[in-house]
Design a protein around this ligand. Structure first.
Ligand SMILES: CC(C)(COP(=O)(O)OP(=O)(O)OC[C@H]1O[C@@H](n2cnc3c(N)ncnc32)[C@H](O)[C@@H]1OP(=O)(O)O)[C@@H](O)C(=O)NCCC(=O)NCCS
Length: 227
């Protein structure tokens, strides 16, 4: 568990990151899992994405914590999928059998995440919770993430995010991080099932509009990449 009492990244490690710029999303192959299709969203998905982002439960853990007010806010979010300048690795999550858009997720911050590492996030429509789709989709996205071509990089990270080997030496293997409000037990369980390690919990300043600036307890997780 956490040995540091601050959440600021403070250790520079020589590690790897995906080679930037990432290939344009239009070139990413669709990902097929047992029950799902994952692919970057396109302009054609705007109405379905708006309907998804109108659901309060879907947006409850987003940075603003509220549904989109109008379709222009959804368009801005959709631009994250289509604009390579934004350095994201995000996918729409569809039910393979019906083509229904039920969520999105992936690496929403490639560089300069709050712990220094690339950061994972996801959200699903409540009608589809509890069926294993969160774990199934993000497991497949992470597999695609680790398969991207790599380059060496120096990254300033939180020291507790680094895994220590039995002998005590620190692995500088590349990681993915995630941060979750401690009350969000379902999402924390998804991370555990994906193999993430809980390394710290800190009070932070809430970004959600209805609680702006109030303290919120956030649990931090890290997953080390394949050796
Ligand atoms: C978090 C979320 C993606 C989970 O999706 P999901 O498809 O239901 O997830 P899975 O079915 O793969 O796994 C959920 C796990 O959490 C468990 N769980 C769900 N609610 C729980 C709760 N209140 N307490 C404890 N465990 C809980 C489930 O039992 C399951 O674990 P199990 O397989 O060991 O039984 C979905 O609830 C969601 O979109 N929430 C809103 C957005 C959000 O919170 N995003 C994460 C922040 S980045």
């Amino acid at each position: 568990m956490a040995s540091s009492d601050t959440n600021a990244p403070s250790v520079v490690v020589r590690t790897t990151l995906p080679r930037l710029p990432l290939p344009p999303a239009s070139e990413w192959p669709a990902i097929h899992t047992e029950r799902l299709l994952l692919r970057p969203l396109t302009q054609d998905d705007l109405q379905a994405y708006f309907a998804l982002r109108q659901q309060p439960e879907v947006m409850a853990e987003s940075s603003l914590g509220k549904p989109d007010s109008d379709i222009s806010e959804t368009q801005a979010a959709l631009n994250d999928f289509v604009d390579p300048e934004r350095e994201k690795f995000l996918f729409g999550i569809f039910i393979a059998a019906t083509g229904e858009l039920i969520g999105d997720g992936g690496i929403h911050t490639v560089r300069f995440g709050s712990m220094g590492w690339p950061e994972l996030g996801y959200k699903l429509a409540p009608a589809h919770w509890g069926r294993g789709y969160g774990t199934e989709s993000m497991s497949a996205v992470l597999k695609a993430w680790w398969a991207l071509p790599r380059q060496e990089a120096e990254v300033k990270v939180h020291p507790d995010s680094l895994q220590k080997e039995p002998g005590g030496s620190i692995l500088s293997r590349e990681h993915v991080a995630a941060e979750i409000a401690t009350y969000n037990k379902g999402s924390r369980r998804v991370l555990e099932k994906l193999g993430f390690r809980h390394f710290g919990t800190w009070n932070e300043s809430d970004t959600q509009l209805h609680r702006l600036g109030q303290p919120i307890e956030m649990a931090h997780y890290a997953l080390s990449g394949p050796s």
